[in-house]
Write a protein that binds this ligand. Sequence first.
Ligand code: DQA
Length: 148
Amino acid sequence: MKIAIVHGPNLRLLGRREPEIYGPASLTDVNAALASEAQALGVELEFFQSNHEGEILDFVEDASNRVDGFVVNPAGLTHTSVSLRDALLAVGRPFVEVHLSNTAAREPFRRRSYLADVAAGVVLGFGPQSYVLGLRGLVDQLRGANRD
Ligand code: DQA
């Protein structure tokens, strides 16, 4: 099983970007935590980060031919991008939406997500652990472990 990890705009600045909100971990640290979880789960990962919406859409389309699902931190695109929602729906692979911060407890504009209602699940507010929990949930679901 292979999962793509998608980091949206500005996430390459993690570690020095508003550390009081996003914490001290860098994107490399986040990816290392994911790699270690992936090893424990026995799944393969592919990582992608871009500050450009179109590049993210192209990646989702291309990667959908080789991955079983996506863990996505859409960052600011969460609150704006109909196109990212459409791309994820178009490729027909399940995805989990994750956020480092608890977006529900921040500015009102961050409470709206264009992705949440079509996601397999959403994890908010646990820092880098949000990604790890999202990966675990997605793999469980793909393996059918959540079925009644
Ligand atoms: C974020 C939350 C978004 O509102 C924000 O635009 C980000 C990061 C998070 O991980 O907490 O860039 O997705």
